[in-house]
Design a protein around this ligand. Structure first.
Ligand code: NAD
Ligand code: TYD
Length: 339
């Protein structure tokens, strides 16, 4: 089996490639990544010489070279993780989000149509459902919840999802979509909440909490997400959408305090800053469908996952120190200095 994984130099894509190579030693995994600021080739260094792995530095919007890659690699399955993924950046400048997340998805699916109606999986997000009120803990996102986006990021992901469903209905492309809640774990770029707070804590820097810190996210350990996608590409029903989440809702402030305490730092580092524009209040997934149909259940409890994650950042400074000393510092200054 030849599996093309796009965005494989990023956080979840790289974890997914490690999962595939370990579990299926007979598969060939072909990673396609543009290596934007969020892509990091050093993450893939340990597998670069694996004969079952191949890396292409390539933009998913580059139709000509994507077609050439399909001609060379003959994929059986394409799993699309490649995306601009950070909400705050999408508020600063939406255009690249539309380009990569929507146009890129269409190029990949056109290639799948052209080279033999290839199986296509779209890695989407629970953010396409918008948000839930904080005072209705009984409400959850199901696959039937209407799309109702808040940010340019989630709108671009929703646009891609609609295109995937259109390609399935109109061209009979064998597609599936997964919509997962917030992931955490090793190799997450330090602009996202959990690694940002761990790294700032380690450097005794202020911990910028948006608004009052009462927004709720439903956190899932990245390996559990990878296992869900593995199940969907092997056993999922064509044309279907699967929600993925672990019923692990937490407020941002509780997460930040937990990290501070685990690292033995002072809560005085916590700094409340101006809220994100259009900030979604609460995300919460109902994973009944994937549990009932495919037998998926989250395996890593948050208390174990967050410890593993903190330990990983403590033990892998070589991975993140070059990131925070480079271009990322300019981003950080721009986003946080006058907040
Ligand atoms: P990430 O930002 O860490 O990685 C994205 C990767 O895509 C990077 O390696 C980047 O170089 C690559 N990329 C960006 N534009 C590209 C292009 N035009 N062509 C080829 N490669 C390109 O993102 P992530 O957190 O790993 O998220 C992966 C996917 O999962 C995204 O589609 C995201 O929407 C979705 N998702 C993420 C989460 C989460 O909590 N992180 C939750 C649900 C869904
Ligand atoms: P983030 O990791 O950007 O994921 P998403 O917005 O896709 O859920 O943010 C998670 C939550 O943490 C979100 O409610 C915004 C909040 N947040 C902060 O309070 N401070 C920060 O510096 C960041 C990056 C996020």
């Amino acid at each position: 089996m030849n599996i093309v994984v796009t965005g494989g130099a990023g956080f979840i894509g790289s974890n997914f490639i490690f999962h595939l190579l370990k579990k299926y030693p007979e598969y060939r995994v072909i990673c396609v990544d543009k290596l934007t600021y969020a892509g990091n080739l050093s993450t893939l260094a340990p597998i670069m010489n694996n004969p079952n792995f191949k890396f292409y530095k390539l933009d998913i919007c580059d139709r000509e070279n994507i077609y050439k890659m399909f001609e060379e690699e003959h994929p059986d399955v394409v799993v699309n993780f490649a995306a601009e993924s950070h909400v705050d950046r999408s508020i600063e400048d939406p255009s690249i989000f539309l380009q990569t997340n929507i146009i890129g998805t269409s190029v990949l699916m056109d290639a799948c149509r052209k080279y033999g109606n290839i199986r296509y999986h779209q890695v989407s997000t629970d953010e396409v459902y918008g948000d839930l009120p904080l005072d209705r803990p009984d409400l959850f996102f199901t696959e039937e919840t209407p799309i109702h986006t808040s940010s340019p990021y989630s709108s671009s992901k929703a646009g891609a999802d609609l295109l995937v469903q259109a390609y399935h209905r109109t061209f009979n492309l064998p597609t599936t979509i997964s919509r997962c809640s917030n992931n955490y774990g090793p190799y997450q770029f330090p602009e996202k909440l959990i690694p940002l707070m761990i790294i700032n804590c380690l450097n005794n820097k202020p911990l910028p909490v948006y608004g009052k810190g009462l927004n709720v996210r439903d956190w899932l350990y990245v390996e559990d997400h990878c296992k869900a996608i593995d199940l969907i590409i092997h056993k999922g029903k064509i044309g279907e959408i699967y929600n993925v989440g672990g019923h692990n809702e937490m407020t941002n402030i509780d997460i930040v305090k937990l990290i501070v305490n685990k690292l033995g730092k002072s809560e005085d580092l916590i700094t409340y800053v101006t809220d994100r524009k259009g900030h979604d209040l609460r995300y919460a997934i109902d994973p009944t469908k994937i549990s009932n149909e495919l037998g998926w259940l989250p395996e890593t409890k948050f208390k174990d996952g967050i410890e593993k994650t903190i330990d990983w950042y403590l033990n892998n400074k070589d991975w993140w120190e070059p990131i925070i000393s480079g271009e990322y510092m300019n981003y950080y200054e721009k986003m946080y200095s006058n907040r």
